[in-house]
Design a protein around this ligand. Structure first.
Ligand SMILES: NC(=O)c1ccc[n+]([C@@H]2O[C@H](COP(=O)([O-])OP(=O)(O)OC[C@H]3O[C@@H](n4cnc5c(N)ncnc54)[C@H](OP(=O)(O)O)[C@@H]3O)[C@@H](O)[C@H]2O)c1
Length: 343
């Protein structure tokens, strides 16, 4: 792969806005998601990582459960061999739910490092706060026989192992994902190393203003997943009440005005609002359009306000498989009453 050159059709990585974490470290304000789910194989995702780096992406959101870290790692090796330095990249990975035991956290991180071909990760996240295993690709009715609710004492054992990863230099920052305000309050009370980022679902129809403002006030950077509204997610992850951000008349109208795909407006809104979106794409013109969206003419204040007004509180990734007892609703996973749902 050729290193990025100004003569190419990409975006100068130096022009992409940076986010500053509480440690002073910076990361690019857009990353490429790598969860291929049912529709993109590991080779397809690996190819997209290469192509995305060639047009200017420097931030990649990975996870062991995506089942493609070895393939993504082969692309990262090529990228690094092309002259892009390790310091210019921002690589995130995540520990999966069946690896919450402290020794497993360390082993899983080492495995991700080995697969990705790296000697440190920029950010390592606890993927979900529930230690419940279910096989990738399973139906939303699937439940783990040993499913457990959030138990803070246990989460802290996992977090201590995460802190150790920072101490030993395998990881530069640690963070959370799929958390709620009451869970984060406990973690912030007890953590020796505070989370640097929280990865959370964020798109125009699911703006999570309460959690978004809370993490920012705590100096935790919000990374937004499903920024386009995950139009390619499998049927099993859809419900009749789900809405489509890219079909919203406000998004469509603004997209026409800017002469871009509605997905690009979702990305522009995300970056201007202050979160770091991590759109998935294996289509070169789409991932390039998303990157260009970050450096082209910004949305106006009126457009930002208009998009701020179309929140539908429509959570797409409901997490049903993490429920721990019969008769529960997925809302129980998200502490919607402001308190951790009792066991
Ligand atoms: N922490 C967590 O628990 C968690 C959960 C879910 C996701 N994530 C992360 O977030 C990433 C993104 O989430 P996601 O893939 O579910 O949703 P997404 O990024 O909102 O949507 C991806 C889909 O949008 C399409 N797309 C992207 N840009 C487009 C454009 N400019 N024009 C037209 N279509 C466009 C892609 O199609 P093409 O491929 O054809 O472009 C793909 O089907 C994942 O890959 C993963 O890294 C994390």
């Amino acid at each position: 792969m050729a290193a990025w050159s100004p003569a190419g059709n990409g975006v100068d990585p130096g022009a992409i806005p940076l986010r500053r974490l509480y440690t002073g470290a910076t990361l690019p304000a857009i990353g490429l998601g790598t969860f291929g789910s049912d529709h993109a194989t590991a080779p397809m995702v690996a190819e997209a990582v290469l192509g995305a780096a060639a047009v200017g992406y420097r931030h990649f959101d990975c996870a062991s459960v995506y089942g493609n870290e070895a393939a993504v790692g082969a692309s990262l090796r090529t990228i690094l061999a092309s002259g892009i330095s390790r310091e210019q990249l921002w690589i995130t990975s995540k520990v999966w739910n069946d690896k919450h035991a402290p020794d497993d956290v360390i082993a899983s991180c080492r495995q991700s490092l080995s697969d990705l071909g790296l000697d440190y990760l920029d950010l390592y996240l606890v993927h979900w706060p529930f230690p419940n295993f279910h096989p990738p690709g399973c139906d939303v009715t699937s439940r783990s026989a040993s499913a457990k609710p959030y138990i803070h004492e246990n989460y802290m054992k996992t977090w201590r192992a995460m802190e150790k990863l920072v101490d030993t230099g395998l990881v530069r920052h640690i963070g959370t994902s799929n958390m709620t305000v009451p869970k984060l309050r406990l973690l912030l009370r007890d953590a020796r190393i505070k989370p640097a980022a929280n990865e959370m679902e964020l798109h125009p129809h699911f703006q999570q203003p309460g959690l978004f403002e809370y993490v920012r006030a705590q100096g935790i950077h919000p990374i937004g997943y499903c920024p386009v509204g995950s139009p390619g997610r499998p049927a099993r992850d859809r419900t009749p009440l789900d809405t489509a951000d890219t079909e919203d008349p406000v998004i469509v109208k603004i997209a026409r005005r800017h002469d871009v795909h509605p997905a690009v407006i979702c990305i522009k809104w995300a970056v201007q609002r202050g979160q770091t979106p991590i759109p998935f794409s294996t289509t070169p013109r789409n991932y390039l359009a998303n990157l260009r969206g970050v450096v082209s003419a910004p949305l106006s204040d009126d457009e930002m306000r208009e998009i701020g007004g179309i929140d539908r509180n429509c959570r797409l990734i409901k997490g049903q498989v993490f429920l721990w007892k019969d008769g529960q609703s997925w809302e129980d996973l998200w502490d919607v009453n402001g308190e951790i749902t009792p066991a």
